[in-house]
Design a protein around this ligand. Structure first.
Ligand SMILES: C[S@@+](CC[C@H](N)C(=O)[O-])C[C@H]1O[C@@H](n2cnc3c(N)ncnc32)[C@H](O)[C@@H]1O
Length: 262
C-alpha cells in the first residue's frame, strides 16, 4: 500500500500540476499558484524542461546510446523518456527511479514500452546511489554506455547532501562513452523572485537548491560537453524541434547540458 502525504506539497505533484496533469492535490496547487505569482512562466518552464528531456534523449538515441538510467523521473507524462528513446531505438533499455511514492503508484504507466525494449522502475533516493546502482545493474549492462539522466532533479539536492559527490559516484560506475544529462533551475536571471520562491518552499518543507551557471557546470567536470555546452534549456539543440509557446518570453531561468565520459 503506497502512502501519499497530502499534508505538504511535493515537487513531483507540483510539476504535474504545472504540466496540466491530474495526479496532484490541493496542497500542491496552492503552492503552485504561489509560485505563479512570483513568475507566471513556471508552467512554460516545466514544458520547456520536458522538451529538453525529449530532445536530449532523442539526440542520445540517435548517437547510439541504448541504455538510460533516469533518476527523478516524475509522474508519468507522455511521451515518457522510454517512449522517446524506443521510438528511435526500439531495443533501448530504460531504468527509472524516483523517491516519491506517488511516482511508484503510477509507475505502471512507465513500463509500457516496446516488445524489444526493457523498461523498469526502482523506488529509491538519489542520495542512496549504491542501491540505485545495484538495482539498475539487473537491467542495464554497465559494461556498455549508459546515459545518466538527472533532469530537473538536482535542484532538490543541496550541497549538504553531497550533490556533486552523488553524481560522481553514479558516473564512476559507468564506462567511457556514457553520458550525463542534467537540467536545473537557477536564480541567475531572477534573483529576487527565486529567493522568495526558495523561502516559501522551505516553509512548506520543500528544499530548493538553485545553482549558478558555474555551480551547474561543476557537475560536468571531467566530462566532454556536447555542443552547445551549458545553455538555457530551450536553446539546447532547438533544431531538434518541439518549441514551447512562450519560451522566448524572456530567458527561462534554468540550465541544461549533456556531457560524455571520455
Ligand atoms: C521536477 S520533477 C522532474 C521530472 C522529470 N525528470 C522531468 O524533468 O520532466 C523532479 C522529480 O525528482 C524527484 N526527486 C526529488 N528529490 C529526489 C531524490 N532525493 N531522489 C529521487 N528522486 C527525487 C521528485 O519526486 C520528482 O518526481
Amino acid at each position: 500500500m503506497v502512502e501519499i502525504d497530502t499534508g505538504k506539497p511535493h515537487p513531483a505533484r507540483m510539476y504535474d500540476w504545472y504540466l496540466g496533469g491530474k495526479d496532484n492535490y490541493p496542497v500542491d496547487e496552492v503552492m503552485g499558484r504561489q509560485m505563479l505569482t512570483l513568475d507566471p512562466r513556471v508552467p512554460v518552464m516545466a514544458r520547456v524542461n520536458r522538451a529538453f528531456m525529449h530532445r536530449s534523449t532523442r539526440w542520445l538515441a540517435e548517437h547510439g546510446v541504448r541504455q538510460f538510467l533516469d533518476i527523478g523521473t516524475g509522474i508519468p507524462t507522455e511521451p515518457n523518456l522510454h517512449q522517446v528513446a524506443q521510438r528511435v531505438a526500439p531495443d533501448a533499455r530504460v531504468v527509472y527511479c524516483d523517491n516519491d511514492p506517488i511516482v511508484l503508484a503510477h509507475a505502471g504507466a512507465l513500463l509500457r514500452g516496446t516488445d524489444e525494449g526493457v523498461t523498469e522502475y526502482l523506488q529509491a533516493d538519489v542520495r542512496d546511489p549504491d542501491a540505485i546502482i545495484e538495482g539498475a545493474r539487473k537491467i542495464l549492462d554497465f559494461g556498455r554506455p549508459v546515459a545518466l539522466s538527472l533532469v530537473a532533479l538536482l535542484h532538490f539536492v543541496p550541497d549538504g547532501d553531497g550533490a556533486l559527490e552523488l553524481v560522481g559516484r553514479l558516473l564512476s560506475e559507468l564506462p567511457a562513452g556514457s553520458y550525463l544529462v542534467v537540467s536545473h533551475a537557477t536564480a541567475d536571471f531572477t534573483p529576487e523572485e527565486s529567493a522568495v520562491a526558495t523561502e516559501k518552499l522551505k516553509a512548506a518543507g520543500v528544499t530548493l537548491a538553485l545553482r549558478s551557471r558555474e555551480e551547474f557546470s561543476r557537475f560536468f567536470d571531467g566530462l566532454e560537453l556536447v555542443e552547445p555546452g551549458v545553455e538555457v534549456p530551450h536553446r539546447w539543440h532547438p533544431e531538434l524541434g518541439e518549441p514551447v509557446p512562450g519560451q522566448d518570453d524572456g530567458v527561462i531561468p534554468g540550465y541544461g547540458a549533456v556531457g560524455r565520459k571520455p
